[in-house]
Every structure is written in structure tokens, then in C-alpha cells.
Ligand binder design. Structure first.
Ligand code: GLA
Length: 398
């Protein structure tokens, strides 16, 4: 993997991680890795049902600088918080060992532990410094970027061979077991397998991962629009939705909602949360495939319609949106410059992803931002998407 750091959003965290490493440890790191955040174009809350997803890796991301330590200790510096932590790593680290650690450290140390179990280094002592350009808790996968950058840097440090899916799984295990978030594999896979100028089509059952073409930039572009809402309690709501999916699959006697036959008459007599889960997941899987076909055929109108339907399903059926995001989606989707817009990621706030006419973003926001401010009292902002490569070791950083 070679360096591809043409954007400030990519270079900046790399520089800051290296600087923090030098300041803290008085030497240069041995390895530096960068892992991107992601935006999911369509296919949300399908990954943990073995369904389809279509993310793009972004140019923003997290950098991790690492080196070995002689003692069996792990020292971690978080440049963004100006904080650091240290712990002994001569034995396995259990989730309860991290109870007194700050939030960011659970992700970093948890990933150190799960990566170490997956890669089995000869000696575990390590030092690391982390810096990120992904806004925290906004739904662009700041946590997956952190985990994947740590795992990728350790892979380099330990000279380990591990394939991308297993590396992503180690990162997911860290988030599930050490940070307490029962996420699927979408974010980590997107951060590992992103590709410049492409989206990534992932079958979360077979782990078939393919590049998907995006429209030419003179025909249409994808942008992100921030709702300026960061909701708390998302972990418990996420866990509830996941439980509804698993409950529905068990009631219908299938391995996951991927296998549901939508004509099965028993769906109608499921508890309402399980019925809604079936409706959302089966229709969303279908939409992902139709969306990919529409993009491939250059049918932007059809692609936009699938995005609008996806938002409606996430909001009205699966109930993982919030009032502010719904208002923003309504305002954005009302514009002639927009083919379609939908919430992206876990929900309950965060960003919309929109497919718009090329170069129309600023004009769109001139109309949308004041109307949004008037209706919800918040500031909507636009970010252009630069579809970028997945995680990599950086070749030079001085
Ligand atoms: C969060 C989770 C992912 C995925 C999305 C919804 O980002 O981390 O695993 O479930 O929500 O698609």
C-alpha cells in the first residue's frame, strides 16, 4: 500500500500524529498508518443482517504513529485531546481493565488487544500517537477510522500478514467488546477497502467486496450536509434495533433477515418492531442493488428516488432518524438541483448524503441553510466528498 495523501484532510492528521509521537517519546515513529472515515451512499442498518451496503471512503480520517517499547507496556497519546495513557500489557487486556480509561482510549487499547490476538506479535510493548480529522460522533465513522488506523499501524510494526476482512473484524471486535457499541462491519470495511473515485459494494454475508462506479463529476456529485445534531443514547437505540432484527429472524426461522421471503404471511403477525425491521431491511437490501444498477445505467433520477425511499424507510419504518434530519431531508429533496438525499450511517442526527447536479452545492445551501435555521434553529453546512483510498501505511511523513 502506498501513500496517497493529496488532501490536507489526509496530510494534517498524519503530521499531527507524527509530531505528537516525537514530542511524547523523543524519537521518530517506526510506522505511520492512515485510515479514512466513510459516508454510506445507501444500505443502512443492513450490515448486521448480512445485507448489502455501498459506502465511500472519505479524505478525512485518522492517523496512528507507532513504535515498539522495550517494556511490556502500551503508551498512547491522543493529539486531539492532549491526553495520554499508559498500561501494562504483559497479560491479556479485558474490557473491565479499561473502566477508568477515557472514551478514546477504550477504542485505541481495545483495538491494540484485538489486533494483538489476531496478529500474535512476538513482543507487545508499543507506543502510539493518534490524530484525526473526522468530526467526532457525527456519523462519519470517527471510531472506525481510529480503530483501523491503529490496527493498520500495528500490522506494519509487527510485520504481520492479515487480510483486510480479518483486520476489519478485529476492529469491530474492539468496538463491540471494549467500547460497548454492537456495530456491524460496514464502517470498518469501508475504511479498509475504500477506493479513489469509487464507492464500494459490499455483500455482508459473502464478504464479496467490489468497486462500484460513481457518476462522472460533470454529470452529478455526492455531497454531505451536516444537520448540526449530535444525539446521545444512540448506542442503546442501535442495540434495540439490532435486537428487533435478530428477534424477527428467530421468529421466522431464518439465519438473518437477508433470508426472509417477503411473501411469508407470518411477517404480518410479528410484533410491530420486528415487522418494521423486516420491512426496512428487506426493502433496503433491494434498494442498494437497484441503486447500483441505476448509477451504472446513468439513470440519476432512479438513483435519487431510491435515496429518498431509503430515507423514508429509515425515518418512518425503522425510526432511526430525528426531527432535524427529517426537516433537512425535506428541504434538500425539494430542490431541483437534487436527485435525492438521505441520512447516512447509524442515524439519530449527523449528516445527509445527497446526489446533486454538479457544482450546485453552494447554490443549494443558500436556500436550504436559512430555511433550516429558521425551522430548527441550527446551522446546516455542506462538505464535498472526495472518494478516497482505504487504510494504508504511509511511506514518508517527515
Ligand atoms: C453504524 C454502525 C454500522 C452500521 C450503520 C448503519 O455506523 O457502526 O455497523 O450498522 O450504523 O448502517
Amino acid at each position: 500500500m502506498t501513500e496517497h495523501a493529496s488532501d490536507t484532510a489526509t496530510i494534517d492528521p498524519i503530521k499531527r500524529a507524527v509530531h505528537a509521537y516525537r514530542e511524547a517519546f523523543g524519537e521518530m515513529p517506526t510506522r505511520v498508518a492512515f485510515a479514512p472515515g466513510r459516508a454510506n451512499l445507501i444500505g443502512d442498518h443492513t450490515d448486521y443482517c448480512e445485507g448489502f451496503v455501498l459506502p465511500i471512503a472519505l479524505s478525512i480520517g485518522c492517523a496512528c504513529a507507532v513504535g515498539s517499547a522495550e517494556a511490556a507496556s502500551l503508551e498512547v497519546v491522543a493529539a486531539d485531546f492532549n491526553e495520554s495513557t499508559r498500561l501494562e500489557v504483559d497479560g491479556p487486556i479485558e474490557p473491565d481493565d479499561l473502566n477508568d480509561q477515557p472514551g478514546w482510549a477504550r477504542y485505541a487499547i481495545g483495538t491494540f488487544e484485538t489486533a494483538s490476538r489476531a496478529m500474535r506479535p512476538a513482543s507487545r510493548g508499543a507506543r502510539m500517537a493518534i490524530a484525526s480529522s473526522v468530526p467526532l460522533g457525527s456519523g462519519l465513522s470517527s471510531s472506525a477510522a481510529l480503530e483501523v488506523s491503529v490496527a493498520m499501524a500495528l500490522k506494519g510494526l509487527w510485520d504481520a500478514s492479515i487480510d483486510g476482512v480479518d483486520l476489519a473484524r478485529a476492529c469491530q471486535a474492539a468496538e463491540n467488546n471494549y467500547a460497548g457499541m454492537p456495530c456491524g462491519l460496514l464502517d470498518q470495511l469501508a475504511s479498509v477497502f475504500g477506493a479513489t473515485d469509487h464507492a464500494v459494494r459490499i455483500d455482508c454475508r459473502t464478504m464479496d467486496i467490489e468497486r462500484a462506479e460513481l457518476p462522472n463529476r460533470d454529470v452529478a456529485e455526492f455531497v454531505l450536509i451536516d444537520s448540526d445534531v449530535r444525539h446521545s443514547h444512540t448506542t442503546s437505540a442501535y442495540a434495540e434495533r439490532r435486537a428487533s432484527c435478530e428477534g424477527a429472524a428467530a421468529s421466522l426461522g431464518v439465519r438473518s433477515l437477508r433470508d426472509v421471503d417477503t411473501s411469508d404471511e407470518r411477517i404480518g403477525s410479528l410484533p410491530s418492531d420486528q415487522r418494521d425491521a423486516v420491512l426496512h431491511v428487506t426493502s433496503e437490501n433491494d434498494r442498494v442493488l437497484r441503486f447500483i444498477d441505476a448509477l451504472a445505467a446513468g439513470d440519476l433520477k432512479a438513483a435519487g428516488e431510491r435515496m429518498v425511499e431509503s430515507h423514508r424507510s429509515l425515518s418512518e419504518t425503522y425510526r432511526v432518524s430525528c426531527d432535524e434530519i427529517d426537516v433537512l431531508a425535506e428541504l434538500v429533496n425539494a430542490s431541483d438541483d437534487v436527485f435525492g438525499a438521505r441520512m447516512t450511517g447509524g442515524g439519530f442526527g449527523g449528516w445527509l448524503v445527497a446526489l446533486i447536479r454538479p457544482g450546485s452545492g453552494e447554490r443549494l445551501m443558500e436556500r436550504v441553510a436559512p430555511a433550516y435555521a429558521e425551522r430548527v434553529g441550527r446551522n446546516a453546512t455542506l462538505r464535498h466528498i472526495v472518494p478516497s483510498d482505504g487504510a494504508r501505511l504511509v511511506e514518508s511523513w517527515s
